[in-house]
Design a protein around this ligand. Sequence first.
Ligand SMILES: [Mn+2]
Length: 287
Amino acid sequence: MGTRFDALGAPIQGFAPGASNEHDDAPGHNRYRTVFISDVHLGTPGCQAVALLDFLKTHSSDNLYLVGDIVDGWQLRRRWHWPQAHNDVVQKLLRSARKGCRVVYVPGNHDEFARQFVGHQFGGIEVREEAVHVTAQGRQLWVIHGDYFDGVIQCAKWLAYLGDNLYEFTLRLNRHLNTMRGRLRLPYWSLSAFLKHKVKKALNYVTDFEAAVAGEAGRRGHHGVVCGHIHRAEMREIDGILYCNDGDWVESRTALVEHHCGRLELVEWSDSHSVLVPADHQQKEQI
Ligand SMILES: [Mn+2]
């Protein structure tokens, strides 16, 4: 027997072990207040649709947030890949909405086609540009995919490194360089893209992303943020703001769940055990 802790490490008063199972529909079935998933990439061979389907079947919730890149429109345009399991996932999501689960879909960059339907509903699934989820403990979480921060991070770092004038200079240099390359019948080569690539590689992109997203959530007055996009599950506090990334269903098969008491937990779906195990990134807090 032990005490359960919330995401910030504070003990939860009156939380009895097993209390999260009180809404079980069937043996082995967990019911949560909220489930967050993102970066499923339906329409690509890498999508782990069967595993996700197993997860969704055994882990129902009152709220389900689809935090972007659910369908990969970019890949589908290039090559059509849509096996039955991908249909099954879509049908499962629609069925959940029909059965009373509040399903909120916040599109990402790979499913940006859905952004034109913001404010509309599909079979009970609400499409939103962004959302705010209030946990059972009253914490406000900003829900976004996260791709809007790509430009901010890259541009900010790029400019910080080179400065405005130097950036202008590289663009000019790039133009001249390519005029010369053109005269020599050499193909176009982007100096700025080359430098940007080098700069990006030299920096810790993940850390910058996490800090930028958490910082913006704080500026907007939220207690925390739930995002996806970088395919890296994480839950930690950054300057007083709870940063949660629900990971993906291509490599890591992770989700963020909120128990009925409001406790947030990062979970990883494991085939070998067919049970949920706490994600590596999370501190051991299980009983
Ligand atoms: Mn993305």
